[in-house]
Design a protein around this ligand. Structure first.
Ligand SMILES: [Ca+2]
Ligand SMILES: [Ca+2]
Length: 150
């Protein structure tokens, strides 16, 4: 298949007649990753407001590494998930939900942000972490409706 970049869809590119191909089903498909088009999100904690922090990105959930993980990072995660930055507890987990699959490493929030992925971090999928370097987080689940400064 050949495209010159002006087409509005793949079918407009020059290609063999539909269905006419010499490709095998298993090994010659195209996996398409469109960076930046899918908004990454922190996945909901699995036990109510408690659980491993994981990130949903490109349709896949993977973990966040504990390297450099701070109280402010934890507050950002709670803020993103529950609209309330107050953290009950966070600690390094012994086992990760997704083994040694990590989306983010070296996350560093200088201040509490709206989303964890807005903080500094490595490129998605780039890390030097292994199973057992995940963050287990417990948030105060209620949205923070008070006027108090935090
Ligand atoms: Ca570590
Ligand atoms: Ca690291």
């Amino acid at each position: 298949m050949t495209c010159d970049g002006e087409e509005t869809n793949l079918g407009a590119c020059s290609h063999n007649p539909w269905g006419d191909h010499d490709c095998s089903a298993s090994s010659e498909c195209i996996a398409l990753f469109c960076d930046g088009e899918v908004e990454p999100n922190t996945a909901p904690l699995v036990h109510g407001s408690t659980g491993m922090i994981n990130v949903l990105y490109n349709g896949e959930i993977k973990s966040i590494c504990d390297d450099g993980f701070s109280q402010v990072n934890a507050e950002t995660a709670c803020n993103e998930l529950y609209g309330n930055p107050s953290v009950v507890d966070f600690r390094i987990a012994q086992l990760c939900d997704y083994g040694d699959e990590f989306w983010l490493d070296d996350v560093n929030c200088g201040e509490v942000m709206g989303k964890l992925t807005q903080c500094d971090h490595t490129a998605f999928g780039t890390h030097n972490c292994q199973n057992g370097e995940c963050i287990y987080l417990e948030c105060t689940a209620q949205p923070d409706n008070s006027e108090e400064e935090v």
